[in-house]
Design a protein around this ligand. Structure first.
Ligand SMILES: *[C@@H]1O[C@H](CO)[C@@H](O)[C@H](O)[C@H]1NC(C)=O
Ligand SMILES: *[C@@H]1O[C@H](CO)[C@@H](O)[C@H](O)[C@H]1NC(C)=O
Ligand SMILES: *[C@@H]1O[C@H](CO)[C@@H](O)[C@H](O)[C@H]1NC(C)=O
Ligand SMILES: *[C@@H]1O[C@H](CO)[C@@H](O)[C@H](O)[C@H]1NC(C)=O
Length: 256
């Protein structure tokens, strides 16, 4: 039996069984409507693996059981892996959240094989949904499609993210820092609005970031990495332009 999301994917990809940008976009719309309705029944099937903050869960017992009012969202589409990443900001004073979600589809039949979420809320590292909204919204238009001639390869995009994540444990790694560059970590922002803004500030040492799972979108120049940051559930999303890091967004579930 086809679940609704599979049916939606099938409808938008009738020409081939391959994953398309359009089918992935439609899947992220189903994801958003699932968050808004507080039900994942039109999204997942019993076979879909679900994790929340790196823990296996039944999808009906987690964040999808709350109807959320979404203040801001942004998605990226990995047609090579048949996968998506979505950033969701909920400023509702009843319960603010900032959520990152990766979805992975089986490329042969477009069924949703895995959903992974990082859910951050009050008490998590630097959490402040109102500030996250303010700074993320200030970057609207700066994460748009990159002209075809200027697009980086998947390899270059991933290498920039890996260099950034590696420098936390090895000062000798050369990171392709772009200028200007801003980091949005929880609700804290390094950008000052200057053309000279740099992300090369306050990098800790001795932090091992592993278990990396990537969603890469060459059209948007983005890579999202789900990872464990010294053992803690984390996502780092990067905007890369001409091989250089321009924006970084992080969510870290330090828990309470
Ligand atoms: C979570 O589920 C996956 C897939 O079913 C399994 O491989 C993994 O071992 C599970 N992890 C834990 C901690 O139970
Ligand atoms: C998601 O963001 C787009 C703009 O980037 C907006 O048009 C759309 O309405 C948003 N969706 C939801 C459910 O908030
Ligand atoms: C899709 O393919 C995977 C792996 O080949 C399989 O496990 C899964 O059952 C298939 N799903 C559907 C809906 O056919
Ligand atoms: C940016 O840096 C250049 C070169 O160091 C300097 O001349 C300029 O004043 C700086 N601009 C701002 C807005 O800080």
């Amino acid at each position: 039996m086809l679940t609704p999301v599979i049916a939606a994917l099938a409808l938008t990809s009738t020409v081939t069984a391959q994953c398309t940008r359009e089918s992935l976009k439609s899947a992220t719309q189903t994801l958003l409507s699932s968050y808004m309705s507080g039900s994942a029944t039109s999204l997942s099937s019993p076979e879909t693996i679900y994790t929340e903050n790196e823990i296996n869960k039944t999808i009906t017992t987690g964040i999808f059981s709350h109807a959320l009012k979404i203040a801001h969202n942004r998605s990226s589409f990995d047609t090579t892996q048949c996968a998506t990443y979505t950033e969701i900001i909920v400023t509702d004073s009843a319960h603010p959240y900032v959520i990152g979600t990766q979805m992975r589809f089986d490329s042969s039949n477009t069924s949703l094989s895995k959903i992974e979420t990082i859910v951050t809320e009050t008490g998590d590292w630097l959490f402040n949904a109102a500030n996250t909204l303010k700074y993320a919204a200030s970057e609207d238009g700066l994460w748009g499609e990159i002209a075809a001639a200027k697009r980086d390869t998947r390899k270059v995009i991933q290498a920039a993210a890996d260099a950034y994540l590696d420098v936390f444990n090895d000062k000798n790694v050369k990171v392709p820092w772009g200028i200007p560059c801003a980091r949005l970590e929880g609700g804290a922002y390094t950008g000052k609005g200057s053309p000279n803004d740099t992300c090369e500030v306050g990098i800790p040492t001795g932090v091992v970031i592993n278990n990396r799972r990537y969603i890469i979108d060459e059209v948007l120049g983005t890579v999202d990495v789900f990872c464990t940051f010294s053992g803690i559930a984390d996502t780092h999303e990067f905007r890369i332009q001409e091989g250089k890091i321009r924006f970084v967004h992080t969510m870290t579930n330090t828990g309470k």
